[in-house]
Write a new protein. Sequence first.
Length: 195
Amino acid sequence: MGILQYFGLALQKLTPEEQDICIKLGFDEELMRLLKTETDSPLAIENSNFIAAVVSPAKPEQAYTIIKNCKKRFTDRSMRLFANSEKESDTRIVSFYSVNESNILQFAGTNGKTQETTTEKLMEYIESWEKQCDFVVMGAGSDWLQLEFATIPEDSLSFAQEVFEICPDIADEINSEEKLIESIKRSKILGLWWD
């Protein structure tokens, strides 16, 4: 399916209800057809934390491939695209208009379950990091967040200290700032979670 999208072939048609969603939200119909084709699932509207979005169920094992295949096309049109789930069985792809990645956390209600790590505080960190390096939010839920980095901050030690500050549980997996930076450089991925 993914290769066909690049040639504009075989995009699924939207139902009249899905076309109404596009009209109501002002969403690009071509992008919504792409999303529907990639997920091979229907589109629905969802409002969460004052953000109206289109959601489409996805197989967990395909979610990140879909995001990687499509994210740039959505971002180029000022739309966010990410995987969202509270349980692996309810994985879906979410899209909405926004000029910055931090609003993904607002939609998902991502938080560290403490007063020090609120959704708003995490959004501040994401906005600060956006000024220091190049990354995208690949997925988010109420108690998890996954980022993919193209570059890391020049002051990587301070960045790593901030990561440990907002997600102390990461120390269970990676026990030093240096190892965290090495891991991100190698995998390009940073996964955060809060128990």
